[in-house]
Design a protein around this ligand. Structure first.
Ligand SMILES: Nc1nc2c(ncn2[C@@H]2O[C@H](COP(=O)(O)OP(=O)(O)O)[C@@H](O)[C@H]2O)c(=O)[nH]1
Ligand SMILES: Nc1ncnc2c1ncn2[C@@H]1O[C@H](COP(=O)(O)OP(=O)(O)O)[C@@H](O)[C@H]1O
Length: 224
């Protein structure tokens, strides 16, 4: 067997998730942004357009907002439960953001694969993005920015789901978060929603094409 063929055989067996093992063309996409820039809005539109993508439902100690549903938007847990999961190595990554704990359970990746999804979306902050990238180098990352800081403040207030203190805290954190843009492959300015969405859709199609390329070659080499 040629070296290249052997390499692809190993790759195909391991998949692009290493120990977690998934098809070579499985898409891992991180969407991150300062609070209020629009990642939840864009993620909802993405899931309507690509129903074969799984949304990774995080665990959090934050209290639910009025429009949020436990198990759909987040798994809302108390600190003791979160710490139990973290201690039992239940999380692929976790971090403290705006005074609350947030984490991605390994079980979410297993669920996406068990449901036959072709990829998954992680709505996580830059600290989580850094941890996932270290474990799963195949991940693609998109950092969503507001068109201006004034517009970010307007959006944070317009959502009317938090107290003024929480809005201020998130707004102050935004500048520090933006400094971490280089952790991501793409920076997307969410000015007009439809054009931002069109760009995001393009990114997904391109990232898929990259993965399919590898899967096709593996298939061809291993059949010959
Ligand atoms: N590291 C990490 N960050 C998360 C996770 N889930 C959500 N976040 C981030 O935590 C921050 C606050 O999320 P949230 O309270 O829902 O407010 P949002 O900023 O309006 O989405 C956002 O930057 C999210 O991307 C997670 O599982 N891990
Ligand atoms: N392109 C856009 N133009 C104007 N308002 C937007 C746009 N994208 C999102 N919004 C609004 O901004 C607010 C924050 O968006 P959201 O998706 O909750 O942000 P995030 O999840 O990043 O915190 C929401 O009220 C949303 O409707």
């Amino acid at each position: 067997m040629s070296t290249q063929k052997a390499e692809f055989k190993t790759l195909k067996q391991a998949g692009n998730l290493g120990e977690l093992s998934a098809p070579l063309d499985f898409l891992l996409l991180i969407l991150s942004s300062p609070s209020g820039a629009g990642k939840t809005t864009l993620t909802r539109k993405l899931l309507e357009t690509f129903p074969d993508l799984h949304f990774s439902v995080s665990h959090t100690t934050r209290k639910p907002r009025a429009n949020e549903i436990d198990g759909r938007d987040y798994h809302f847990v108390d600190r003791a439960e979160f710490e139990r999961l973290a201690g039992a190595h239940g999380f692929v990554e976790w971090a403290e953001v705006h005074g609350n704990l947030y984490g991605t359970c390994l079980a979410e990746i297993e669920r996406a694969k068990a449901e036959g999804k072709s990829g998954m979306i992680f709505d996580i902050d830059y600290q989580g993005a850094r941890q996932i990238r270290a474990k799963l180098p195949e991940v693609a990352g998109v950092f969503i920015l507001p068109p201006s800081m004034a517009e970010l403040e307007r959006r944070l207030r317009g959502r009317a789901s938090e107290t003024e203190e929480v809005v201020q805290r998130r707004f102050r954190a935004a500048m520090r978060e933006i400094e971490h843009y280089a952790l991501f492959d793409y920076v997307l300015v969410n000015d007009d929603l439809e054009s931002a969405f069109a760009t995001l859709r393009g990114i997904i199609l391109a990232e898929r094409a990259r993965r399919i390329r590898k899967a096709h070659i593996a298939e061809l080499l291993l059949r010959s």
